[in-house]
Design a protein around this ligand. Structure first.
Ligand SMILES: CC(C)(COP(=O)(O)OP(=O)(O)OC[C@H]1O[C@@H](n2cnc3c(N)ncnc32)[C@H](O)[C@@H]1OP(=O)(O)O)[C@@H](O)C(=O)NCCC(=O)NCCS
Length: 394
């Protein structure tokens, strides 16, 4: 029987959630269904059906994501699943084609996701736009190099308070960088706080001056503090909260996941080697509408570049574009001029949020410079003061 592709309806939802759970090595627990329904209300799910049964699922959500100088409505793709019985027959390829076409038709500019494995999404035009660091810090070598002081206080807080206060801290702290989901809806916060029973394993702490300026969520197990969320609106909150975490007795190590690549904790430590850092790809970005995406951000310096962009998966993008950018805005139009730079759409996504420059991609043989100096000009334009970050899983 041929595979049928169609939107997942309310009637299909439980079966779809079940195969998603199986694919990620667990079982659907009834207590998750209300959360699955909340996600379902927010997005568009496309399924692959073998007869009546869903055998593949993809979810698409229109979330606002910060870009340099603004924000862009972005099709976030989540919950990508194909059952082992139906793998490597092109089901994901077909679902991605449908999701990206639908996102394009509804006027969305770009798409973002987090990849379970790195070889999957380049073929669909996604590139690594945001990298993170996972940290492991030796608590016994966590002394600060300078005498920091702060006026605020730190309190352990109850989980019911956090659901009100932490999203407010996020609203002020996170969007300073590109790549951040602006005002993530409730289901994102369920992932941070976990289910009701996570109340017993999560600790919540806040740093308060006249208002709450920082917060963290952590767990402690086997002598390790694992920090799953850390937000600071100012340097005092940053120094005070890390000091608090380092001063928890009866533990040896503090682990923190998904920190931005340019954070300054390492410069605060007396012994920088106490912090071991492992970089990892986080947000994979796909420019669905290249000229709209390039004209939706600001640029560090005034400049013009003609890009030839190759895009076989979304052929409407394939073409040559003239970008004129500045710190106050940009225009980008199709052009008949000869290109300064030729590259594929997945490689254009890499510098888009300011994560990494063009030049290393050119050295890797992925980007071609036709006009001498064009790469340096493009690097100068696309760079950002702060590296991109995605504190919530996209
Ligand atoms: C990843 C997954 C959705 C792929 O589905 P699929 O229907 O088998 O993918 P397709 O058949 O459309 O594959 C298209 C191409 O991608 C390649 N590919 C797909 N998944 C891959 C993987 N995990 N590693 C390497 N290559 C992969 C295929 O080999 C194929 O290559 P080809 O075009 O050169 O033949 C499926 O394996 C799965 O559900 N995995 C477990 C859950 C998961 O990791 N989901 C992704 C969450 S981000």
């Amino acid at each position: 029987m041929p595979i049928e592709y169609r939107p997942i309806t309310e009637d299909d939802l439980e079966a779809a959630a079940r195969i998603q759970a199986w694919t990620f090595h667990s079982h659907l627990d009834d207590s998750w269904m209300p959360i699955v329904r909340e996600w379902f209300e927010l997005g568009d799910f496309i399924g692959a059906f073998d007869g009546q049964d869903p055998v593949g699922v993809t979810e698409r959500y229109p979330f606002e994501m910060t870009v340099p100088g603004g924000s862009v409505t972005t099709a976030c793709i989540r919950g990508v699943t194909v059952l082992p019985s139906h793998r490597r027959r092109g089901l994901l390829t077909e679902m991605m084609k449908r999701q990206l076409t639908a996102a394009h038709e509804s006027g969305l500019t770009m798409s973002a996701l987090e990849a379970s494995e790195t070889p999957i999404y380049g073929r669909f035009g996604y590139g690594i736009a945001c990298e993170h660091e996972n940290w492991s810090i030796d608590r016994h070598r966590s002394g600060y190099r300078e005498e920091y002081s702060w006026d605020g206080s730190i309190n352990i807080v109850k989980s019911d308070r956090t659901r009100k206060v932490f999203p407010e801290v996020y609203r002020r702290a996170a969007p300073l960088r590109a790549g951040v989901i602006v005002q993530p809806p409730n289901p994102f916060w369920h992932e941070v706080f976990g289910k009701e029973d996570a109340k017993d394993t999560n600790f919540y702490v806040e740093y308060r001056e006249s208002e709450v300026e920082g917060c963290a969520v952590y767990q402690i197990k086997g002598g390790i503090v694992s920090v799953s969320l850390f937000l600071a609106c100012n340097d005092d909150a940053y120094a005070a909260l890390w000091r608090y975490l380092f001063d928890i007795d009866l533990v040896s190590t503090i682990k923190a996941s998904d920190r931005p690549r340019d954070e300054h904790l390492v410069w605060m430590l007396h012994d920088p080697r106490a912090l071991e850092c492992k970089p990892r790809d986080r947000t994979w970005l796909r420019l669905i509408d290249v000229p709209k995406a390039l004209s939706s951000r600001t640029y560090a310096i005034d400049g013009e570049i003609v890009f030839e962009v190759r895009d076989s998966f979304c052929p409407w993008n394939d073409g040559t574009y003239h970008l004129t950018g500045s710190p106050s805005g940009a225009t980008c139009q199709p052009t008949t001029k000869s290109p300064d730079i030729t590259l594929s759409v997945d490689d254009l996504a890499v510098p888009y949020l300011g994560g990494s420059p063009f030049t290393p991609l050119a050295h890797a043989g992925r980007v071609e410079e036709h006009t001498p100096g064009a790469l340096r000009r493009a690097d100068g334009m696309f760079t950002t003061e702060l590296k991109p970050w995605s504190p919530m899983m996209t």
